[in-house]
Design a binder for this molecule. Structure first.
Ligand code: DAH
Length: 344
């Protein structure tokens, strides 16, 4: 019997365990009810009395040793990082937060602008981003070789024999004005929103792609006062009821007269801060009365109809609304940025 015990001790000494299955097999073979240890204890009952003491001691040693080995193997497996051991799974941990997507800040602005103008009776229209020179420039009263064409660094897709047929990426949403007037007869009251492209170096303040909101109102007797009232109402809805607007004379080929629209700074209330560069005012739009040439080019009689138009940058308005200081953030889709607009 002592020999058998020695044999088992040797066996247990060299045993190895690499997985949970191995561990279970070890347990079954040695420690379980039907295991070797139990057998040996059964046999122990038949050992002659004078040997009981010696054999009993060895048997107890084997038992302690085997149980210690089993404990060591269990701990080793527990600590192994290997997934197959399945030991690192803590089912009591709180569930990792599951973030739902959020509406992009540019979309938030777009939705709000459309909503405000919809209540004033403006429809929502769309137009192509790949455009001909005619709709982007010529029909809008940009004279051939007019320096204003250079102001908007254009991405050309295809140069044609005649300049007005050149294909390009639209540099503003004003192209849709002409397409709309060709298609519809006045009264026309529409908002056009979309992506535009300019060949600009990318920085915190400029990008080669951005979004514009275009507005057009053409009917009999539309006046400059209508333009002012409409934009004043818009500014109050968008930036708060105490907002004031200011018009500064400007120039655009497609409007005459033209004006730049400023709103009183809604951050400092006009007292002066970083956003308004201490002037109390921030510029938000270009605007003016539609030039008679543009109406003519679009098939609308300028003797019968007048209109106003305006254009503004979606990024610019969004930056002002949310105090964002870098244009590039809109296009990087960094979730740390986007998540800040959850529930906005
Ligand atoms: N298209 C002009 C731009 O991109 C913005 C603009 C100014 C649009 C005056 C208009 C307008 O409709 O009347 O700079």
């Amino acid at each position: 019997m002592l020999d058998r015990i020695k044999e088992v001790i040797d066996e247990v000494t060299v045993a190895t365990v690499g997985s949970k299955d191995d561990l279970e097999n070890f347990r079954l073979r040695y420690i379980s009810r039907k295991g070797i240890l139990n057998d040996l204890f059964e046999q122990f009952k038949t050992v002659a009395n004078d040997q009981k003491r010696a054999v009993g001691q060895e048997l107890n040693k084997l038992k302690t040793f085997t149980e210690q080995r089993f404990k060591d193997f269990s701990e080793e497996l527990e600590n192994a990082t290997d997934d197959s051991a399945g030991s690192k799974l803590d089912l009591t941990l709180p569930v990792a937060p599951n973030f739902a997507g959020s509406v992009h800040p540019l979309t938030l602005t777009r939705q709000r602008v459309l909503e405000v103008f919809a209540r004033m009776g403006f429809s929502h229209e769309d137009g192509p981003e790949v455009e001909t020179d005619w709709y982007n420039f010529t029909a809008l009263n940009f004279a051939e070789n007019h320096p204003a064409r250079e102001m908007q660094d254009t991405f050309f897709v295809e140069k044609k024999a005649a300049q007005k047929d050149d294909v390009l990426l639209r540099t503003h949403t004003s192209n849709v004005q002409v397409r709309l007037m060709e298609r519809k007869k006045p009264p026309i009251r529409s908002i056009m929103i979309g992506r535009v492209y300019r060949n600009e170096a990318i920085s915190a303040r400029a990008h080669c792609q951005f979004h514009q909101i275009e507005g057009l109102y053409v009917d009999k007797n539309v006046s400059f006062k209508d333009l002012k009232d409409t934009l004043y109402h818009f500014a109050k809805e968008m930036f708060g009821k105490d907002t004031k607007i200011r018009l500064r004379p400007s120039y655009f080929p497609f409007t005459e007269p033209s004006a730049e629209i400023d709103v009183s700074c809604f951050i400092c209330g006009g007292k002066g801060c970083n956003i308004c560069k201490h002037s109390g005012w921030v510029e938000i739009a270009g605007s003016g009365m539609v030039d008679p040439n543009v109406l003519q080019n679009s098939g609308i009689d300028p003797e019968e109809y007048t209109g106003f138009a305006f254009g503004m940058g979606v990024e610019r308005i969004t930056m002002l609304r949310y105090g964002i200081n870098d244009l590039r953030l809109f296009f990087e889709n960094d979730v740390r940025f986007l998540r800040q607009f959850e529930g906005a």
